[in-house]
Write a protein that binds this ligand. Structure first.
Ligand code: FES
Ligand code: FES
Length: 907
């Protein structure tokens, strides 16, 4: 043990700690300064930044033995607070710098250190600073962060007043379409928002801390589990195995389609007979603290009979592959696309045909916050599980029977989440927390470290695709043939739905009248497939948006011109035969054309023998909703103080659910002239908030937004007096009028896609975009740098500009990562943020230009569509097409790592 007196945020604090304890843990656990976050724990993200003796350090790897007695420490709490925001914090708020907010304290501390030593940095200085200090953000795309630093620096230099930065509600009182900051922003920039790990430090004294015993192989039979040694380890209360689970010990994937050959009960909570993938949980050690639990977990002996591991769809589809789930074929779902006439004769008579094979990799989500949660029995004896779930009601249905509890005794709560990007559409640790809490009768807490977070949460499923176009003399695509195999890992949840996305989005954007295709879902032993932003469309568009460039090349015409000839026009239908609800592509192309021409010219002029520059484009589309008659419910209530509360389960990945609810409700209450602060939000607790459905598929703004509009309108109708004014709460009570209303909406205009043809009207509203990447390829190394990116988006009428911009920038950054660096393939290598190819600041261009066309959507609340998925539909393909434009290299298997580009250049 060592004793240190530290001057923390100006206050002397004495701590006694283990010499090898990290400063981050001491600040958080002993001094209660939970504004300092721990993300990677490996010096790769900067979430834990503090200023130690005037130097910026990553406190997760700063051992107490290296901290001098008398050292000064500045954490985010010492920079500013709610009543006295520092200009950096204020600027972060107004520029939308805090999305999920998990990286925010680390950035704010980092910027404080930067501006202390360089009060007048250039944008490039700021980017360089973030890069060298490994400050990572997965949500924003960095541009807004640099904007925020530049304005904060101006205020600090006295060139701008802080008041000039502040957002002001316009005189008409409307906030729809403005940059009104999200309600959670102040807590995020001051480090006062409690994420799951922060809550874990505030649990009752009898809480047990959990550690998992996990498989280190990808496929095996379990012969035995010996917990005896672990049970004798210090602090251990119990080691929970499958034998302790009172329910079915399976998470159900809620099979979407009846033609699925599995039964959906394929994912064990704790493995009992088999291990299906690396990282599968076999036992849970419950101990007095995490250190004891992890040490004891190493003592659990698991006797395994290793089996052949099928680590890709082709491997699992091979003739001699064994069934991974005995009794269910590895190819457990097949889906044809049949639109229009037969394609074979059309291909034979087509003036042009092009064909290509493509592979989109297993993209990791790389959130800054790892998976985390806790569970306890509440005062109504409900098993209450807090997690990062973005589907609290759905997850309740998926885990209740497996855990062994009746659904009305199960309560799920979403903690503020430090990013999910979709991985939390799948339950992760909820059932593990549930069974541990039930088996011990004590509150429990579990946090994955970063290696566990990467290896034992779902990933974007790779697609193996072959696509062929047939076009007439003018380049109009008359026929498409497609074939795609989805490597969905060992667990089937939503795998059939994902396969349908191939049918919906391969070739989307073009009114191709005749399509024949076949998709299939394949069970493998690699990471299970979970949702990831734009679910299924980045795979689809890699094929169809690369291939249209290949067609343009074959025809000798410009790729933008070829797209212009083919994009949806009235009379065209989507690959599923649905008429688009708006036709905006022509307008987008007209808007893009001059930008594209000048980018091409610039690339031509600046290319050298060593650095080839090029421009690539792509189009992207995504539906807003779950397929078919998606629905949502919320509740809205008039309070005694005449404020309004909106109760909803619009879960927040960090995308801005709070702002989505507030903006929509405020717009709905426009006739009453409410101020934003008169609307309160209660969110994401199955015991309190109605089933608004999951926050996935960019559905929330449309489906839940419509439910909010409906509920608000009902309440307003009840409050409206004959003279047009509105009753107060007291007047409602006096007249015995209800003050609480359930708002509902159902996408009744939609139909499911037919399972023999994939034809149907799955979505009420779509989002549309055009993307343009400007790249430089170094011919000596094959390294690609994206130097500029432009997006033209039609996401309907915009609720909140700051949120929508944030979604666009962040999604584009993830598209660039998908194109160039991100992967989760090699289990021995891809187990940290850096190794998985996380884009840091300098990989994302500072030149990112967003343009909007706001075609109002008839089925969107106040004309709004969603936005979150759109920027990752095909932004990566713009980069891939730009590489080809720059140097003639066509990358068909992502990511386009330098060595891959270099090898192709050499050929
Ligand atoms: S750098 Fe410390 S938590 Fe990532
Ligand atoms: S806001 Fe930066 S990681 Fe979410």
């Amino acid at each position: 043990m060592i004793k240190r007196t530290l001057h923390v945020n100006g206050v002397p604090r004495t701590v006694i700690a283990e010499a090898d304890q990290s400063l981050a843990n001491v600040l958080r656990e002993q001094l209660g300064l939970t504004g300092t976050k721990i993300g990677c724990g490996q010096a790769q993200c900067g979430c834990c930044n503090v200023i130690l003796d005037d130097k910026l350090v990553r406190s997760c790897v700063t051992r107490m033995s290296k901290v001098a007695d008398g050292a000064t420490v500045i954490t985010v709490e010492g920079i500013g607070n709610r009543d006295n925001l520092h200009p950096i914090q204020l600027s972060w708020i107004v520029h939308g710098g805090a999305q999920c907010g998990f990286c925010t304290p680390g950035f704010i501390v980092s910027v404080k250190a930067l501006l202390d030593q360089n009060p007048n940095p250039t944008r490039e200085d700021v980017r360089e600073w973030f890069q060298t200090h490994r400050n990572a953000c997965r949500c924003t795309g960095y541009k807004q962060l640099v904007d925020a630093v530049m304005d904060a620096a101006k205020v600090m230099r006295g060139e701008m007043k802080a008041e000039e930065l502040l957002f002001r509600v316009p005189a008409d009182g409307h906030i729809w379409g403005t940059n009104y900051p999200r309600p959670s922003a102040v807590a995020k920039v001051t480090g006062t928002l409690d994420y799951g790990a922060d809550l874990g430090l505030k649990m009752p004294a009898d809480t047990l801390y959990l550690a998992l015993v996990q498989a280190k192989v990808s496929h095996a039979n379990i012969k035995g589990i010996d917990t005896s040694e672990a049970e004798k380890m210090p602090g251990v209360f119990k080691v929970v195995t499958a034998k302790d689970v009172t329910g079915k010990n399976r998470i159900t994937g809620l099979i979407t389609f009846p033609t699925n050959k599995g039964d959906g009960w394929d994912r064990p909570i704790l493995c009992d007979q088999k291990v299906f993938q690396y990282g599968d949980a076999i036992a849970i050690v419950c101990a007095d603290n995490e250190y004891q639990a992890r040490r004891a977990a190493e003592k659990v002996r698991v006797d395994l009979e290793e089996l052949p591991a099928y680590m890709s769809a082709p491997a699992a589809m091979s003739e001699d592959a064994m069934e991974i789930h005995p009794g269910t074929p590895n190819v457990y779902f097949e889906l044809p696309v049949v639109k229009g006439g037969e394609t074979v004769p059309l291909m034979q008579s087509a003036a042009y045909t092009v064909e290509g094979d493509y592979y989109l990799q297993r993209q990791p989500h790389l959130t800054m916050e790892t998976d985390v949660g806790c569970a306890y029995f509440d005062d109504e004896e409900r098993l209450t599980i807090h997690s990062k779930s973005i589907a609290i009601h759905l997850h309740s249905a998926m885990i209740a029977a497996g855990v062994g509890i009746s659904p009305n005794k199960l309560r799920l709560v979403q903690n503020p989440a430090g990013g999910t990007f979709g991985y939390k559409f799948s339950p992760t640790m909820e059932a593990l927390l549930g069974v541990a809490c039930m088996a011990t009768g004590r509150p429990v807490f579990l946090r994955y470290d970063y290696q566990q977070h990467i290896t034992y949460t779902g990933k974007r499923s790779p697609f193996w695709m072959k696509v062929k176009y047939g076009a007439d003399e003018a380049g109009k695509i008359v026929a498409m043939e497609s074939d795609w195999s989805v490597d969905h890992g060992p667990y089937s949840e939503f795998g059939d739905l994902l396969t349908l996305r191939g049918a919906q989005f391969i070739g989307a954007g073009y009114g191709i009248p005749n399509i024949r295709g076949m998709g299939r879902t394949v069970c493998t032993n690699h990471a299970w497939g979970s949702a990831f932003r734009a679910y299924g469309s980045p795979q689809s568009f890699l094929a169809s948006e690369s291939l249209i460039d290949e067609l343009a090349e074959k025809m000798g015409i410009d790729p933008l011109e070829l797209r212009a000839r083919n994009v949806y026009r009235p009379g065209d239908t989507t690959p599923t035969g649905q008429e688009p609800e708006v036709f905006c592509f022509q307008e987008m192309i007209e808007k893009l054309r001059p930008l594209y021409n000048s980018a091409l010219e610039k690339a031509r002029q600046s290319s050298t023998a060593d650095v080839k520059r090029g421009v690539g484009i792509s189009l992207g589309i995504y539906g807003c909703g779950l397929d078919g008659a998606d629905s949502s419910e919320i509740r809205v209530e008039l309070n005694p103080d005449n404020t309004i509360t909106v109760y909803s389960s619009w879960e927040d990945h960090g995308q801005g659910a709070d702002m989505g609810v507030l903006g929509t409700a405020h717009k709905a209450f426009e006739p009453m002239g409410l101020k934003p602060e008169q609307i309160r939000l209660v969110m994401n607790d199955t015991a309190i908030t109605p089933n608004s459905g999951p926050a996935g598929g960019s559905r929330s703004q449309v489906v839940t937004g419509n439910a909010i509009k409906n509920g608000c309108e009902m309440l307003m109708a009840a409050m409206r007096k004959p003279d047009g004014s509105y009753r107060t709460y007291a007047e409602m009570e006096a007249e015995n009028l209800p003050v609480s209303y359930s708002g509902k909406w159902i996408a009744s205009m939609c139909t499911d896609c037919d399972l023999k043809t994939s034809q149907g009207k799955p979505f009420s509203v779509y989002m549309y975009g055009m993307f343009m990447a400007e790249v430089a390829v170094e011919t000596a190394t094959g390294k690609t740098t994206v130097e500029g990116f432009t997006a033209i988006a039609d996401v309907g009428s915009i609720n909140n500009k700051l949120v929508v911009d944030g979604q666009m920038y962040g999604g584009i950054a993830q598209g660039i990562g998908l194109a160039l660096s991100e992967d989760f393939e090699d289990l021995s290598k891809h187990n940290s943020l850096r190794a998985c190819g996380l884009p840091y600041a300098k990989m994302i261009p500072d030149k990112m230009d967003l343009h909007y066309i706001e075609s109002p959507r008839e089925n969107g609340p106040f004309g709004a569509a969603g936005v979150g998925e759109l920027p990752l539909t095909s932004s990566h393909v713009a980069v891939i097409n730009a590489i080809h434009n720059a140097c003639g290299v066509r990358i068909r298997q992502l990511p386009a790592l330098p060595e891959k580009v270099l090898a192709a250049l050499k050929k």
